[in-house]
Design a protein around this ligand. Structure first.
Ligand code: ZN
Length: 434
């Protein structure tokens, strides 16, 4: 059994002033507790909730005796997580300040601090007793309710001061059993595309994720320069524009990754196939993004294009009970899947097998080698006698055909509209024109 987890955002109806004021007071007390806890945690190198709670719970609890005691408990969890990520950034020398700032607060809730009252309202425990607020039903929320997801006890709440309402982050969970795979779909992730081997064909889904990252990077840089000239460095208007750019960037990347992950996972579920991914290291040691000099930027491209895509596939796979297998990525595009000999690459990601002399596209090679490794089962090289005749999808891999050595590129604008593979005529048209 695997567990799928999703966060769903729900908004309350606008609240009466008095009720909203109670939540503003609650937020102030909670923020203060978190600030003190984070300071203590960072000073003492604490990243574990249990230790922070053991050392500090009593003290923060006594700060606000009128507050339900579980807020002190969730504040410890919140602070431990903030300290943990701050200390990690510091170790990587990517922290800009000596202490983490508690800037935006969402109040963490557990089963003692809130409860759902049917589908249309929830109650929250506060220093002024239980307060009931009605929530706006959204299609998104109802979809989870109706599809067998269960509402978990952990939740977060944020205040929307402009509209005087609450924004709730609810957690839905679902247990799914993984099936036994009948075949494999392999995914080779690159900075700007994902190559996917399905039914003996390699599809190259363009994501342009590194372009997105670079594009936003340069836009941010020019905004910063322009505003710094007028307002001085680090001004408020500049920060506002940069924040908006940042959130647009995140939303776009999220959408690209999520849509493509959904497409791949649905195809896998349809075939009862497992998804095979490369086991990635922590650092972007891959030659393909070495041309980016700025280490921070390289890190971001890596996170967006490689780690992010894999995380989305994993997350979606859990929901459908699709097994995900990780294999060793070393040399996956260097060795011919048929002959086991080195491939000599020229330009345009094309190469020639040094033994058989046949032409290969780099991403096709990678996809087939991932398949061989999955079949080998140990994440290392598959035994060489398996190479030539692997029965997959009921027949041998059609490696004799030149067509199979060429991936079929599909632009982001095209696949983003697909519900399933080749559902529209776009793909066929494109193949004909290619
Ligand atoms: Zn060969």
């Amino acid at each position: 059994m695997v567990e799928a987890v999703r966060t769903v955002v729900v908004r309350s109806a606008p609240l009466p002033r008095r009720t909203f004021r109670a939540f503003v007071e609650l937020e102030g007390m909670y923020r203060n507790m978190v600030e003190q806890l984070v300071l203590h945690a960072v000073n003492n190198g604490i990243t574990k909730f249990t230790r922070l709670k053991a050392e500090r719970y009593r003290e923060v609890r006594s700060l606000y005796p009128q507050l339900p005691s579980h807020y002190a408990y969730t504040a410890c969890q919140d602070a431990a997580e903030r300290a943990h990520s701050f200390l990690r950034l510091k170790r990587m020398r990517r922290a800009r300040k000596p202490y983490p700032e508690v800037r935006s607060v969402s109040i963490w809730l557990d089963d003692h601090l809130w409860r759902a009252e049917g589908l249309t309202s929830i109650s929250l425990a506060t220093h002024r007793g239980w307060l009931r607020v009605s929530i706006e039903l959204s299609k998104h929320f109802l979809r989870y309710v109706n599809r067998g997801w269960r509402l978990a006890s952990e939740a977060k709440v944020k205040l929307d001061r402009g509209k005087r309402r609450l924004v709730l982050y609810l957690t839905f969970k679902k247990e799914v059993s993984e099936y036994r795979p009948k075949s494999y779909i392999t995914v080779d992730v690159n900075e700007d595309a994902e190559a996917v081997l399905i039914d003996g064909l390699v599809y190259l889904f363009e994501t342009n994720l590194s372009e997105v990252t670079l594009g936003y990077y340069y836009r941010r840089k020019s905004v910063q320069e322009r505003y710094d000239k007028v307002y001085g460095p680090g001004s408020r208007p500049a920060r506002r524009v940069l924040r908006r750019l940042g959130s647009n960037e995140r939303a776009l990347k999220r959408e690209v990754r999520w849509k493509l992950a959904a497409l791949i996972v649905r195809e896998a579920a349809k075939r009862q196939a497992a998804i095979v991914l490369e086991r990635l290291g922590r650092e972007p040691a891959r030659s393909m993004i070495e041309h980016v000099k700025d280490p921070q930027l390289r890190h971001r491209i890596f996170q967006a294009a490689f780690k992010g895509v894999q995380a989305a596939i994993e997350e979606k796979a859990r929901e459908y009970g699709v097994p995900v297998i990780y294999v060793d990525p070393r040399n996956t595009s260097r060795v011919c899947p048929i002959h086991g000999a080195e491939i000599v690459y020229g330009r345009n990601r094309h190469g020639v097998c040094s033994r058989g002399g046949e032409m290969w596209h780099r991403d096709v090679v990678a996809c087939y080698n991932l398949l061989l490794r999955a079949l080998g089962g140990d994440g290392g090289y598959a035994p060489s006698r398996v190479r030539a005749t692997i029965p997959v999808y009921g027949g041998p891999v059609p490696l004799g055909l030149t067509a199979a050595h060429e991936p079929a590129p599909i632009a982001r604008g095209a696949w983003a509209r697909w519900k399933s593979l080749g559902a529209t005529s776009d793909y066929k048209l494109m193949r004909m024109s290619a």
